[in-house]
Design a protein around this ligand. Structure first.
Ligand code: BES
Ligand code: MN
Ligand code: ZN
Length: 509
C-alpha cells in the first residue's frame, strides 16, 4: 500500500478534538439556503456567524459546493466547512458519494487532520436512501478520494502531503451506519489494491512479481491461488499467451483465484483480466511518445485481483473465479513475429499480423483455461484492449460486448448504480469474418481500421464455448484518469471493481 487512506469513524457523539467541523446546507427553491439541524445549532453557538457568512457569500447550498470559514468564535474548531447538498429530495447514492469525495479533497486543501462531519439526517431522510445507507455512500466517496500512490516521492515536503487522517461522522444510529459501511469499506480496499497494482511501475511489477502479490494479498482471505509458470502453460498448450511473453526475460504467468462463498457445487461466475505488465507493441513497436502509459496495460488483471479481494473480504455469497493472464510484450531476438502462426490452448491456430494486438492472445488462452478448469456459467473479461475504444467512447464510458443481452444489461445497470458507466456495443457476423485468415483459423487483426474494438471482441468470442454467457469490457479509456472524478484521484481509477462487485451483489447473492 502507498500512503494510508483516511480512517472513517461513525459515532453518536462528535469528535472532541476535531480541527474542522463540517455542517450542511440544502438548496431550497423558495427560501434559499436551508441549514441542517447541526448547522442551525452551530449558528446559535457562534452568535449568528454561520448565517452571516452564508448571506455574505451568497451561498445557496448547491451540490458539492463548499464554504470554508476559518477562526469562528464559538465553533470549537479551527475551521467550519459548510457543504452544499443541493436539493435534499433529489439526493441519491451517487450524489452522496460525490459530495463525500469533494469534501475529502476540500478537507485536504484546508489542512484538516481530523474532521467531524455532522451528518444531515433530516435531509438524508428526504432523499432516496435511508440515513445509514446515505452515510455509508458519503463515507465511501470520501474514502475513495483519499487514495494516493506516492511511494516513490522521497523528497516531498510535508505540507504537500495529504493532511486528512480521520473523518469522523456524527450520526444518530452509529451501529447501523457502521454496518451499512462495512461492506463498502471492503470494496474500497479491493479498489485500493487495484490502484496499487495499476500504478506500480513496470520494472517492479512484472508477471512473476504480480503473481506473488496476488498470493500474498488473496490467500489469507481464503482464496485458493494457483500460479501457472511458463512451463505449465506450455504443457497445457497455451501457445498464444506464451508467444506474447517470449520476447521478454520476464516469463509469463497465469494465475487463478478461486473463491467459494456460494452454494456448494454451484457453477461459478468467472472474471478474466488482461495483464500485460508492459506493452511496447513487440516487433510491431509502438511509437515512443506516451509509451510509458503502457505500464497500465495490466489494468484488467489489476481489476480482477482487487475485485476478488473485495468479494472475499466482504464475504460475498457467490462462487467466483478470477483469472489473470500476465505477460510482458517486448521486442527482442526471441520475440514473436508478424507472420508467426501460434496454436492456442483451444487448438485454434492464429496467424499473428500485428504483435501489438497481444491482449487478445493473452486472453484467448485465459478464457479457454477458465472454461476447461472451472466450468463457469458466466464470464466477464476486462481488458485495456484497443485504442479504438477511446476513439469511440472517450473516457467516461467503457464498452461492453456480449453474447447475452441479459448479462450485458445487468452489467450496464450495475455501472449506472456505481458511476462506472458502460455502453452496450454491437457485435455482428460481418466483423467476425474480418479475422478469417487463409493460412490459419484466424488472424489477430482485421487489417483495417473499421470497428477496431468490435474486431477485438469477435476474436475473443471465438474462444467462448456454446452456452456460456460472456461479456467483454474494453476499459482502455477508463482504467487511467487524467482528471479527478468522484472517488477517483488522478491516476489508476480501479474502474470495474465497484461495478462488478455490484453486479455480483445484485445478480448472484
Ligand atoms: N494495450 C493496447 C491498447 C491501448 C491503447 C490501451 C491505448 C490503452 C491506451 C493494445 O494492446 C493495442 O496495442 N491495441 C492495438 C490493436 C491494433 C493493433 C489492432 C491498438 O489499439 O492500436
Ligand atoms: Mn498492444
Ligand atoms: Zn496491450
Amino acid at each position: 500500500m502507498t500512503s494510508t487512506p483516511a480512517k472513517i469513524q461513525f459515532d453518536q457523539k462528535p469528535a472532541k478534538n476535531a480541527d474542522t467541523r463540517v455542517i450542511f446546507v440544502a438548496e431550497d427553491g423558495k427560501h434559499g439556503a436551508k441549514l441542517s439541524a447541526a448547522a442551525r445549532d452551530l449558528d446559535t453557538k457562534t452568535k449568528g456567524a454561520v448565517k452571516r457568512a452564508l448571506a455574505a457569500a451568497e451561498f445557496t447550498g448547491k451540490k458539492a459546493q463548499f464554504l470554508a470559514l476559518p477562526g469562528i468564535e464559538g465553533a470549537g474548531a479551527r475551521y467550519v466547512i459548510v457543504a452544499g447538498l443541493g436539493k435534499a429530495e433529489e439526493l441519491g447514492a451517487l450524489c452522496f458519494e460525490k459530495i463525500g469525495s469533494a469534501l475529502a479533497a476540500q478537507l485536504n486543501s484546508r489542512k484538516s487532520a481530523l474532521a467531524d462531519v455532522s451528518f444531515p439526517e433530516e435531509e438524508a431522510k428526504q432523499s432516496k436512501l435511508s440515513p445509514d445507507a446515505a452515510a455509508a455512500h458519503f463515507a465511501l466517496g470520501a474514502l475513495l478520494n483519499t487514495y494516493r500512490f506516492d511511494k516513490y516521492l522521497t523528497r516531498e515536503p510535508k505540507d504537500k502531503k495529504p493532511s486528512l487522517k480521520t473523518l469522523h461522522f456524527t450520526v444518530k444510529d452509529a451501529a447501523k451506519a457502521r454496518k451499512a459501511f462495512a461492506g463498502q469499506q471492503k470494496v474500497a480496499e479491493g479498489a485500493f489494491l487495484t490502484r496499487d497494482l495499476v500504478s506500480e511501475v513496470p520494472n517492479v511489477l512484472y508477471p512473476e512479481s504480480f503473481a506473488a502479490i496476488i498470493k500474498k494479498e488473496l490467500a489469507p482471505l481464503g482464496i485458493e491461488v494457483k500460479v501457472l509458470t511458463e512451463k505449465d502453460m506450455k504443457k497445457l498448450g497455451m501457445g498464444a499467451i506464451v508467444a506474447v511473453g517470449q520476447g521478454s526475460v520476464r516469463q509469463p504467468r497465469l494465475v487463478s483465484m478461486e473463491y467459494k462463498g456460494g452454494k456448494k457445487g454451484q457453477r461459478p461466475v468467472a472474471f478474466v483480466g488482461k495483464g500485460v505488465t508492459f506493452d511496447t507493441g513487440g516487433i510491431s513497436l509502438k511509437p515512443g511518445p506516451g509509451m510509458e502509459e503502457m505500464k497500465w496495460d495490466m489494468a484488467g488483471a489489476g481489476t480482477v485481483t482487487g475485485l476478488m479481494k473485495a468479494l472475499a473480504a466482504r464475504g460475498a455469497k457467490v462462487n467466483a473465479v478470477g483469472i489473470v493472464g500476465l505477460a510482458e510484450n517486448m521486442p527482442s531476438g526471441d520475440a514473436y513475429r508478424p507472420g508467426d502462426i501460434v496454436t492456442s490452448m483451444s487448438g485454434q491456430t492464429i496467424e499473428v499480423h500485428n504483435t501489438d494486438a497481444e491482449g487478445r492472445l493473452v486472453l484467448c488462452d485465459a478464457l479457454w483455461y477458465v472454461q476447461q478448469k472451472f466450468k463457469p456459467t458466466h464470464i466477464v473479461d476486462l481488458a485495456t484492449l484497443t485504442g479504438a475504444m477511446i476513439i469511440a467512447l472517450g473516457h467516461e464510458y467503457a464498452g461492453v460486448f456480449s453474447n447475452d443481452d441479459a448479462l450485458a444489461w445487468d452489467l450496464v445497470s450495475a455501472g449506472r448504480a456505481t458511476g462506472e458507466q458502460l455502453w452496450y456495443m454491437p457485435m455482428c457476423d460481418a466483423w467476425d469474418k474480418a479475422i478469417d485468415s487463409p493460412a490459419a483459423d484466424m488472424k489477430n487483426i482485421s487489417g483495417g481500421r473499421d470497428a477496431g474494438s468490435a474486431i477485438g471482441a469477435h476474436f475473443l468470442k471465438r474462444f467462448i464455448q456454446d452456452g456460456v454467457k460472456w461479456a467483454h469490457l474494453d476499459i482502455a479509456g477508463v482504467a487511467w484518469s487524467n482528471k479527478e472524478r468522484t472517488g477517483v484521484p488522478k491516476g489508476a481509477s480501479s474502474f470495474g471493481v465497484r461495478l462488478l462487485d455490484k453486479y455480483v451483489a445484485d445478480n448472484w447473492e
